[in-house]
Design a binder for this molecule. Structure first.
Ligand SMILES: [Zn+2]
Length: 90
């Protein structure tokens, strides 16, 4: 059976998280890639497989965690997130 729900659900609801989102390199909600948006403040909103999931401070964080400031936790430095991201891919 064809699953129309999978397709329309993807358009309507949250998109599938990308590898970048799962590595904390992009916003879990809007998909902003923090590597290309250094001025965007990212906050930790959840964890997955021991990795921090990040979202933009404000609306995105509230959608992801219920708080505009996310969890009370400092995100890892971008360098460290990038390193882990690359390690995952290797
Ligand atoms: Zn965002």
């Amino acid at each position: 059976m064809y699953s129309q729900d999978a397709i329309s659900g993807r358009r309507r609801g949250r998109p599938e998280p990308t590898a970048e989102m799962l590595s904390g390199l992009a916003c879990l909600i809007c998909g902003t890639d923090y590597r290309g948006a250094p001025d965007t403040e990212a906050v930790v909103v959840s964890h997955r497989d021991d990795k921090q999931q990040l979202a933009c401070h404000g609306t995105c964080a509230r959608m992801a965690s219920g708080s505009v400031t996310g969890l009370d936790e400092a995100p890892l430095p971008m360098d460290e997130r990038l390193r882990r991201h690359r390690t995952d891919r290797a």
